[in-house]
Design a binder for this molecule. Sequence first.
Ligand SMILES: Nc1ncnc2c1ncn2[C@@H]1O[C@H](COP(=O)(O)OP(=O)(O)OP(=O)(O)O)[C@@H](O)[C@H]1O
Length: 280
Amino acid sequence: MPAKQNTAEPVVRLRAAGLHFGDRVLWEGLDLDVAPGEFLAVLGPNGSGKTTLLKVLLGLQQLSSGTVEVCGHPATRGSRLIGTIPQQKAFPGNTPLRARDLVALGIDGHRWGPRLFRRRLNERVDALLELVGATGYAERPVGVLSGGEQQRLRAAQALSDDPRLLLCDEPLLSLDLHHQRAVSALIHRQACDRGSAVVFVTHEINPILQYVDRVLYLAGGRFHVGTPAEVMTSETLSELYGSPIEVFRSNGRIVVVGMPDTVEHHHGAEAASHDALAGS
Ligand SMILES: Nc1ncnc2c1ncn2[C@@H]1O[C@H](COP(=O)(O)OP(=O)(O)OP(=O)(O)O)[C@@H](O)[C@H]1O
């Protein structure tokens, strides 16, 4: 049950979704709706399939079983309804783009017509640069910017065309605390004010805890969906990981103790045991 009671058609609809590579099961039997304006955090250890889930929504990865729809249609590549902040990779030093050119690339000019395009494009780019605190380096080549400066531009680019679905793959990596707060607040505003559904992959829930409606936790071929209060508990995480884990709350932060170094992936029929855990 979504935390927000939203009767609108879901932006994301996964039904009986399964994904495996060979006999290695990432997840199976995943039923999940993400509503307009909902902020879903996707957590889980390395290799649990978080980025692969985003690829499925982008139409870049076929499901092994089940169906996936985005805005009522099967997920397809190149959808302009989706904005993405990808996992960070530095731009090469000689990338022939200024910061503002990168943001402008995300904007679909056809919406405004050619005559108005140039002026309104510039206004929109200026507004986005200001939102992410990048006005000061708008004219600099992206290849010479720091990792955090580049990441703020990716956030601006992802929001530039007002996406119905915003996919974020660890977007806070390499941002200092101030800009972590600014970028996560910006993403949250996009959900609240513009009704975008947000799917936010992260290893660290605390910087976004105040914004998260629900968590999809993937681990070892199993998953659990629910509010942070339902999922981030000693009982649920111990069940998911198959070993004792303690979850504490302190000063509004969640502290998880006892994570195993490696997580066994379930294979074939064995993975069906996730059913008892699926809370969606
Ligand atoms: N096309 C593919 N063929 C085979 N295996 C793949 C393919 N794509 C992904 N995998 C495997 O699926 C697993 C999940 O990968 P994914 O990148 O989704 O993990 P993740 O949860 O995002 O991890 P991380 O936290 O490390 O970023 C990995 O073990 C990866 O090697």
